[in-house]
Design a protein. Structure first.
Length: 336
């Protein structure tokens, strides 16, 4: 483990570990039906997300608030994002991620859908409990509206992605726009923390913009990992026409890449040799170099949004997290 990775994990666990652990404990509460106990336990054992609650806590502290007050709301947001990830795995037909089975990969789409619904209900139950602790009615309503806006905008992002898939119009700029839309989860986390910390409107928008840029970088990088087949579902992505950004960029800039990739989009069985050819052709176009430069550019825009943050230590932590995200990505690509 690199020193930077160790520092990132320390910040995330210190700021978000409590909420992440609470979310995992809540997953196992009240599940009486034996058929659901195994998938819920599997999810609790194989999933942990300190990132989102850590960002909520840091955002709260950045505006002078008390991070401990964010735990309940952060737990609710963490659970809700977990449910969104389950639905995403179902839509992507992802059976493995980083060589570990996904929930639908292990238990099937049916149980995954049920668990996703159950986790969503738990998220809103925790949210209601958390809102009771927020005394001003106006603040409670703002937090509710942020959760509602998150669900609406995430649904719009997935619908836009389905439209692009259905149109067969592979344009890298449109794909990047989908990532920008999907970044609403990190944007919402930053806004939630700022609101709980009693931030002024300008501070909320500033931190939300930071979250939007950071979320876009995370989406872009995860998609790049998919393009190298490290999630073991690139064949499904190609067959379904849901192409990763690097493949689309390669097609837009190289005719050979376009022919190689399009020749597989309707192929019934895509072989390991086909996947190797796609990856090699994509690498030859310089697509990954482009993604690295794009990641750096967006990261710099995220950092710029922190210029007005009052708490200098928290500002440094947020800047470090953004820059470390990009740095770790570059290091991982260079190691391949």
């Amino acid at each position: 483990m690199s020193e930077i990775t160790a520092q990132v994990l320390k910040i995330l666990n210190v700021r978000g570990g409590r909420a992440a652990q609470k979310a995992r404990e809540i997953l196992l509460e009240g599940v009486k039906l034996e058929e659901l106990q195994a998938p819920m336990k599997f999810l609790a054992d194989h999933w942990s997300d300190p990132t989102r609650p850590a960002l909520i806590a840091l955002s709260c502290k950045a505006v002078g608030g008390e991070p401990a007050r964010t735990v309940s709301i952060a737990t609710a947001m963490t659970l809700l994002c977990s449910a969104m990830n389950i639905y995403d795995d179902i839509m992507d037909r992802s059976k493995l991620k980083r060589f570990v089975p996904t929930l639908p990969g292990r238990f099937g789409d049916g149980y995954a859908l049920i668990v996703g619904g159950l986790v969503t209900s738990k998220a809103f139950f925790v949210l209601d409990e958390g809102l009771e602790k927020e005394a001003p009615p106006l603040k409670r309503q703002i937090i509710r509206d942020l959760f509602k806006d998150f669900l609406y905008r995430m649904s719009e992002a997935e619908a836009e992605n389905l439209r692009l898939i259905g149109s067969g119009n592979y344009d890298s700029k449109e794909k990047l726009h989908v990532f920008e839309m999907r970044s609403v989860d990190i944007e919402t986390c930053m806004k939630l923390g700022a609101v709980i910390g009693c931030a002024e409107r300008g501070e909320v928008e500033c931190l939300g913009a930071y979250g939007s840029f950071l979320g876009t970088v995370i989406e872009l990088q995860e998609d790049c990992v998919t393009s190298l087949n490290l999630t073991i579902n690139l064949d499904n992505k190609i067959r379904d026409g849901d192409l990763p950004y690097p493949l689309i960029w390669a097609m837009n800039h190289n005719e050979t890449a376009r022919k190689v990739i399009l020749s597989l989009t309707h192929k019934e069985k895509i072989s390991p040799a086909d996947i190797r050819k796609v990856i090699e052709t994509t690498l030859e176009t310089g697509a990954l170099d482009h993604v690295q430069k794009l990641s750096k550019k967006i990261t710099e825009r995220a950092v710029q949004k922190l210029s007005e943050i009052k708490d200098s230590k928290t500002k440094d932590n947020l800047q470090f997290l953004a820059e470390a995200q990009h740095h770790s990505f570059v290091i991982s690509l260079n190691a391949l």
